[in-house]
Design a protein around this ligand. Structure first.
Ligand code: DMJ
Length: 597
């Protein structure tokens, strides 16, 4: 039989395999497509944690909080720094500052952990005393300790927290005693002496001096003492006068001269919360001057600092290492991830997107701002999603040249993960504003990856969640450290993200930069914005774009009388005067606030 003389219509068996008919090719392609869909489905559902039971997700966060908190209670109670592996804590100075307990107590209150709140309260009452010889960082102590005490006071209505807050604020005041009123980096709690930064040529960071205002203004509101308000407003007045119209500021400033130092502009470390508190000061009191400054800075960020990665077109905010005249670097700190939630919040003013869109003041620009916030938050989610552990590094470098397969790369020194809150913070805002479940799902994935990779269990079964040295390798190398903001911020935002009860509603509250919620309030007769802008905002504001858009701002007014100059000096010498004079009235006023809500 001659195999080679066969008719071409009857191909050999082997030819059939190699050259299928067109219809078979389509069939194979279709089958391949279906197979890959199935594989993707399996991968997505088995490798990506997902849930629709949000009550249970909230409980999981509470459990993670409590199990690690109990470990801290067992081995490090009262100390400022906790090492779960060594099973011990340590203080930063000769006495504890309450770094863990004060920073976390409002999370315990929000999560309704009554027994733990009682123990924390007792410790604060008996063991916390801020009058000792130690230099503290003015900013960190304000956002964590003063912020924590003020929120605890608001949530509990217990005088003791306000008393401690007044003591602490008075101990910090010496830090503001520079020529310009711009605070030094540190202050001695006992002597009240301001201490310039021992590095960076004595400069304070811009974020440090511009992230004290919510705390001191709320304290003014509670005590009726305008001095706190004036101290922090003076800083803003000065910053407004020296900040260029594009709203972008170098990350260092010298308290003695009042001048910016260097050219580096970024929304990451040392710059971040300057931009945050511009909007939040407006939200707190409705003062337009800060809204204008915020909007100018947002215009500047969009124009000079925003780029898109390749291949996926992810929006990111780069760094201007040499100021506006230099190129934009593609480096972005995880710290920048607060900005997505902030910008979307700024577009609606705390209302839901649906409510805000129904207002006559809604316009294309606000929609653009809102979209910008969503895009940046999605990029931040991808900083977790596209890594081996599903956890983000401290810093990424975005790829923009089109030659790489991935949107970002991570440098060897930037692989640590400190359990930071900024991405879940933005996810929380976006879920609250849109009601879109996808933001919760992203948060749940991140939460489960924290549980999977940052959990440390000692030989007795005590659980902690720790920072990671390297989030790229599996299993990741763990550090022997827990950051206070893991409890104060990350777990609080996750809990609130999964919460269906709208606890801490955004149209009534503003979170400080350490996630401590303060009620928004009206300035009343006692407070006013003590300066006008040196350069009026060029864009007209829609006539009805006013805080009255925001529904039900607490109507409570300060009832305490302002003290005169002489009395202010007395208060400096003996802070208990404020406490004693105002205690009863403050309590009454707080009762009124709580009744109103
Ligand atoms: C927190 O202490 C605050 O959010 C601060 O503004 C900067 N970042 C840390 C947590 O990452």
């Amino acid at each position: 039989m001659n195999f080679f003389n066969k008719s071409p219509e009857l191909p050999l068996y082997k030819d059939k395999h190699l050259t299928p008919k067109k219809s078979s090719k389509i069939k194979m392609l279709f089958q391949g497509f279906i197979a890959s869909l199935i594989l993707y489905y399996i991968y997505y559902h088995f490798s990506t944690p997902a849930t629709s039971n949000w009550e249970q997700a909230k409980d999981e966060v509470r459990t993670a909080f409590l199990e690690s908190w109990h470990t801290y209670e067992k081995f490090g109670w009262g100390t400022d720094v906790f090492h779960p592996k060594k099973e011990q804590g340590e203080n930063m100075g000769p006495q504890p500052l309450g770094w863990m307990i004060v920073d976390s107590i409002d999370t315990l209150m929000i999560m309704k952990c009554d027994e733990e709140v009682e123990r924390a309260k007792e410790w604060i009452q008996k063991d916390l005393d801020y009058s000792f010889d130690y230099n503290v960082n003015v900013f960190e102590t304000t956002i964590r300790m003063l912020g924590g005490l003020l929120s605890a006071f608001h949530l509990s209505n217990e005088d003791m927290y306000l008393d401690k807050a007044v003591d602490l604020a008075n101990a910090l005041l010496g830090g503001f005693d520079s020529e310009t009123g711009l605070p030094y980096s540190s202050v001695n709690l006992k002597t009240g002496t301001g201490i310039p930064n021992h590095v960076d040529n004595g400069a304070s960071s811009t974020a440090e001096i511009a992230t004290l205002q919510l705390e001191f203004k709320y304290l003014s509101f509670l005590t009726g003492e305008t001095m706190y308000w004036e101290k922090v407003e003076r800083i803003m007045k000065h910053l407004e006068s020296i900040t260029p119209r594009n709203g972008l500021v170098p990350i260092y400033i010298k308290p003695d001269t009042g001048k910016y130092q260097g050219n580096l502009i970024r929304l990451g470390s040392r710059g971040d919360s300057y931009y945050e508190y511009l909007l939040k000061q407006y939200l707190q009191t409705g003062e337009f001057v800060y809204y204008d400054m915020y909007k100018e800075s947002l215009d500047g960020v969009k124009k000079y600092m925003t780029k898109y990665s390749k291949p996926s077109d992810l929006l990111f905010v780069g760094e201007l290492e040499q100021g506006l005249s230099g190129p934009l670097s593609n480096k972005m700190d995880h710290l920048v991830c607060f900005y997505g939630g902030l910008v979307s919040l700024g577009a609606t003013g705390g209302l839901t997107l649906k409510e805000a869109k129904a207002l006559p003041s809604w316009n294309e620009e606000k929609q653009n701002d809102f979209d910008y916030g969503e895009k940046l938050t999605y990029s931040c989610y991808k900083m977790y999603k596209d890594t081996p552990t599903g956890l983000s590094p401290e810093i990424v470098v975005w790829n923009t040249d089109g030659t790489k397969a991935k949107d970002f790369h991570i440098k060897p020194l930037d692989k640590h993960n400190l359990q930071r809150p900024e991405t879940v913070e933005s996810l929380f805002y976006l879920y609250r504003l849109t009601g879109d479940e996808k933001w919760r799902q992203y948060g749940y994935e991140i939460f489960k990856n924290f549980i999977k990779y940052s959990k440390y269990v000692n030989s007795q079964g005590d659980v902690s969640y720790v920072s990671l040295d390297d989030m790229v390798s599996i299993p990741p190398k763990q550090r022997d450290n827990v950051e206070s903001f893991w409890w104060a911020e990350t777990l609080k935002y996750l809990y609130l993200l999964f919460d269906d009860d709208n606890t801490i509603p955004l149209d009534k509250y503003v979170f400080n930069t350490e996630a401590h919620p303060f009620p928004r309030f009206e300035m009343g007769d006692l407070f006013k914005t003590g300066f006008v802008r040196t350069k009026p905002y060029l864009k007209p504001r829609p006539a009805d774009d006013k805080p009255k858009d925001i529904k039900q701002i607490p109507k409570a007014q300060p009832v305490n009388k302002p003290v005169d100059e002489e009395a202010k000096e007395e208060i400096k010498k003996d802070p208990s005067i404020v406490k004693e004079e105002n205690k009863e009235e403050t309590k009454q006023k707080l009762n009124d606030i709580l009744k109103d809500q």
